[in-house]
Design a protein around this ligand. Structure first.
Ligand SMILES: [Zn+2]
Length: 182
């Protein structure tokens, strides 16, 4: 008999929170794979009825396409699979706060809920630079949950940019000045 009591969790609230973490972990796995292919490690999954419809990563290098962001690709693929543009029964999970383009696509697709990991203080449009997702004059505002496993999501990006010897172009993480060992 399985000893895991979580499988039969009756409390939807607590269950939803752990599910959010689970799907962000799925997105992190995708992001990590993308990083190995020299793409900025961002991953996204679209979930409907507690199952993953599709997952995608940044593919800007592979496709040589500046619009090939994880969220945009995941939204396109989800619509294609469901054969409808309206994704109002879906949740988008992404490791990094969506940019203006992806936030726009989220609004257009009527996605019900967005859960993201790390904040993107340079380009994020879900509260950092601006908030397109909850703009009062737009006709759709998804529910937003921010900062789920944010440290893990941000660490992935930080490691990537370090290995690329490019500065932290996306994240504003603490600068490493001095060793702090003295
Ligand atoms: Zn984007």
């Amino acid at each position: 008999m399985p000893a895991d009591s979580r499988t039969a969790a009756a409390s939807f609230g607590a269950d939803a929170v752990s599910l959010d973490e689970q799907y962000i972990r799925n997105a992190i796995d995708l992001a990590r794979e993308a990083g190995k292919r020299n793409e900025v490690p961002v991953g996204a999954v679209v979930v409907r009825d507690r199952s993953i419809i599709t997952g995608a990563t940044n593919r800007t290098v592979r496709d040589q396409d500046p619009t090939a962001h994880a969220e945009l690709l995941a939204i396109r693929e989800a619509s294609s699979k469901l054969d409808r543009w309206r994704l109002d029964d879906c949740t988008l999970y992404v490791t990094l706060e969506p940019c203006a383009m992806c936030a726009g696509a989220i609004v257009l697709s009527r996605i019900k809920r967005v859960v993201f990991g790390a904040w993107d203080e340079k380009a994020g449009m879900a509260g950092s630079v601006g908030d397109l997702l909850r703009h009062p004059r737009l006709n759709h505002s998804p529910e937003v949950r921010a900062g789920v496993l944010a440290t893990d999501c941000a660490a992935l990006l930080e490691e990537f940019f370090k290995s690329q010897r490019v500065g932290p172009a996306v994240l504003s993480l603490p600068a490493e000045k001095g060793s702090g060992l003295k």
